[in-house]
Design a protein around this ligand. Sequence first.
Ligand code: AMP
Length: 381
Amino acid sequence: MNVLVLGSGQLAQMMALATKPLNIELRAYDVGSKQVINPLAQDQVFGDLASGIEYADFITAEFEHIEHDVLTLCEASGKLRPTSQSIKTGGDRRLEKQLLAQCQADNAQHIIVEDEQSFNAALKELQLPIILKSALAGYDGKGQWRLKSLDQAPSTWLEIADFFAGSTSEIPQGLVAEQMVPFDREVSLVGMRSATGEIKVYPLTENHHTDGVLSVSLALENEEKLQATALEVFTRLTNTLDYVGTLAIEFFQVGDKLLVNEIAPRVHNSGHWTQQGADTSQFENHIRAVCGLPLGGTELLRPTAMINILGEDSVENDILAIAGVAVHWYGKSKRPGRKMGHINVSANTQEQLQQKLVAVAALLPESAFSDIKAYISNLEC
Ligand code: AMP
């Protein structure tokens, strides 16, 4: 079977690696060069989008910020999974909020901001502090403003007005102003829905962020109640979208309540641990769903966590000497804070996992990993 992935980054790369044993050939459409390439040998170029669509039995996406005319062309071929509407919803916080309302999924109180008038309305109707997030092309905490006091409002509005004026997007830019949620922790649910409506989800993952970017994910055990709540939301959202493929939901946990922060219509960084910690990884299961193959097991095989490698292009090789450690590099050039790779750490028990995480953290350089090291040392107590 042949699959075309829209986007040619590490997620397409890991889908290709995961599905080679199933005899699935995967090519990736690079949105920058507008060429179809081999996601693993990126200098191997096959042709333009039209030839990629022709080649594919199925088409999917590794990210949600894809030009709409590309999505339209792919959808017209009848091969695109999930639907373009699902992908667009993940790429526009306004559509995301509409979907959450339609599915009665709890989320932070919010107001859509499109001009100064609606900005002022948000200040009136929401309690401070509030967070303002760009509706389009915002991810990993980019395109966001936090407002703690009304004194900050005039200067914040000037920055936002500038941001709107500089937008090159084909659709009008806007913001979602949200009340800040005093959450206990951030968790996410990654799962998949097949074309026949079968749903499978992985265990919830606890997520830690460093400067707004995911840095550690820990697969959770013994959270049956929370897991059931998250599954219910997943089921409502994916059934409403008639979704096919992997979808991730990021939540704020407040007590035993889960508020949806955002959804990602694709494989997700907080699901990378499934490569070593689950029977079938999110990458293989995504392509299985897209190609109409049976879904693989999503149970946690053994306690597992993932550490992102941010902004570094090497780590001590001694890390590999720790049993249960797997290092995944993406082959990207080094930039501060950039997602360069990740380390999965697995063990037989939670206690052993914590010991291994501490051992791994001890080998990571202080400069780039200080926040991660602090998080891991707190897990230990
Ligand atoms: P996002 O891009 O929506 O994932 O936001 C980046 C990070 O900002 C999240 O992971 C949270 O830590 C924080 N954040 C976003 N929205 C809120 C909110 N309404 N209340 C509290 N923290 C938030």
